[in-house]
Design a protein around this ligand. Sequence first.
Ligand code: SIN
Ligand code: FE2
Length: 232
Amino acid sequence: MTTNSRNTGSGGGPAAATTLALFDDPPRAAREPLGTGAFVLPGFALPFVDELLPAIRAVEAQAPFRHLVTPGGFTMSVALTNCGALGWTSDRRGYRYSATDPDSGRPWPAMPEALARLAREAASAAGFDGFAPDACLVNRYAPGARLSLHQDKDERDYGAPIVSVSLGMPAVFLFGGLARGDKAARVPLAHGDVVVWGGEDRLRYHGVLPLKDEPHPLLGAIRINLTFRKAG
Ligand code: SIN
Ligand code: FE2
């Protein structure tokens, strides 16, 4: 399903309510370019939310969120878990993808079908057909958590795009250039928004400003970000 219903979330409500909601919050374009291969898809994930939230809870039950340490010894403010064949981890020895959760020694939970379908459809909507992610990072932000500018470059090849889904509290996404010092655009992201970057934009620096405390009706004072990648 590729309809966007940013204002009503579930669609199908009374016509009067829908009209009022449209006046409150005018619909955004179906895709907003950040580059030739990079797009924000406003509200693209909203039709999937009812399936995503229980699926994320099931992943978390098998592989709890944890605060990873970087090779430099910094404890990340964002808590992370993974699902899919490969999961991204970090410790004092470096960043890497691993088929097992280092905390439990078990394989990461399988990628729930609803997540894989959302990733595939969002990639297609941004012009990248045939996206088959084998890794989904699940990032959890509390107020104050941030992600400094970085490139996603631990994947084996850069032919596939990155698909990044925002749920819960709003955030300001930083989307920079191919060099760390390039000026970064500040992109407000709301619950249900998806960002896709690939092609010549695949290695753009990006990050997230410290989150404000703006609790979301469904998720409370939490932001969840799903980042889908073809890692192996
Ligand atoms: C990431 O770069 O891995 C996450 C970006 C986000 O939380 O929006
Ligand atoms: Fe990233």
